[in-house]
Design a protein around this ligand. Structure first.
Ligand code: ATR
Length: 268
């Protein structure tokens, strides 16, 4: 049996085992996907195990997406651009790092099949990096980043050749795509919050939320009420997972089946 899994700390609840174990079953692959909580100080030892066992493929989440890179033999160009990986796979004897967060982020926008003349990324953490790299891959001509702590937005904007908007001025221009990468709206203490004034959505815009729990955040609800198209964070999660499965097994998972599986998992 082949072993796959996800590392992170604290790992909390993750839907990745549900998705990948379902996929292995559907494709008759003798493999198991496990959630491995790995503390930062245990990462080096775990990476020895990845090579010794060997572990066939790994999902990587916070806080290891950057710190795992020195343990790898090679990065894809995309992973290099983002400066972070969420997927490890083998190419022969070489342990490689890819970033399917970018692919996952971009896939639902490609499916909308419409051009974007501008985009603003709200937040300047790891998810914002994936968004900036993805929007660049899409060829969006005007990309901006706005963050509560301006210094972080400035350095990210420099790195990705984007504009830096003042957090307080973020709603003053008209954006074709507004992407929330902050935790505002996430279930828990921030559930009722939003990074955007609902009255300031332009109806031609697309609102994209990285948050997927709840499925419909206040940000998306207000965007929808203003007539905007919306993309939920579940789509990004789904597509980053589909891309991982393809990289590891060469198989395409049934997209609708996988989406329904995740929707059921979220409801439970
Ligand atoms: P991730 O890696 O998931 O993107 P992160 O690195 O913790 O997470 O980044 C979270 C982002 O959300 C940060 O840009 C953070 O802003 P600061 O740099 O000012 O901390 C932003 N964020 C978090 N809470 C926020 C809030 N209440 N209002 C506005 N922005 C917030």
């Amino acid at each position: 049996m082949e072993n796959y899994g996800i590392i992170g700390w604290p790992l909390g609840h993750t839907m990745s085992p549900t998705l990948h174990n379902w996929g292995f079953g559907r494709h008759g692959i003798d493999a198991d996907y496990t959630a491995w909580p790995v503390a930062p100080e245990a990462l080096s030892r775990f990476m020895d195990r990845v090579r010794a066992q060997p572990i066939s493929g790994l999902s990587v989440t916070i806080p290891h997406k950057r710190t795992v890179i020195p343990f790898l033999d090679r990065l894809t160009r995309r992973a290099e651009t983002v400066g972070a990986v969420n997927t490890l796979y083998w190419d022969g004897d070489a342990l490689c790092g890819e970033n399917t967060d970018v692919l996952g982020l971009v896939a639902p926008l490609k499916a909308l099949d419409r051009p974007f003349s501008s985009a603003i990324v709200l937040g300047a953490g790891g998810a914002a990096r994936a968004a900036l790299a993805g929007f660049r891959e899409l060829g969006i001509p005007r990309i901006a980043v706005a963050n509560r702590t301006r210094a972080k937005a400035t350095s990210l904007a420099d790195e990705f050749g984007a504009e830096c908007m003042d957090w307080d001025a973020r709603m003053e221009a008209e954006w074709g795509l507004v992407c929330n990468t902050t935790p505002l709206g996430m279930s828990g203490d921030l559930a009722g919050e939003t990074p955007w004034d609902g009255r300031r959505f332009h109806p031609d815009a697309v609102a994209y939320d990285i948050v997927y729990n709840p499925l419909e955040t206040r940000f998306l609800r207000e965007a929808d009420a203003a007539g905007c198209a919306t993309v939920s964070g579940l789509e990004m999660f789904l597509h980053q997972g589909l891309a991982q499965f393809r990289l590891w097994t060469g198989h395409d998972l049934d997209e609708d089946g996988a989406r329904n599986l995740l929707l059921d998992a979220l409801k439970a």
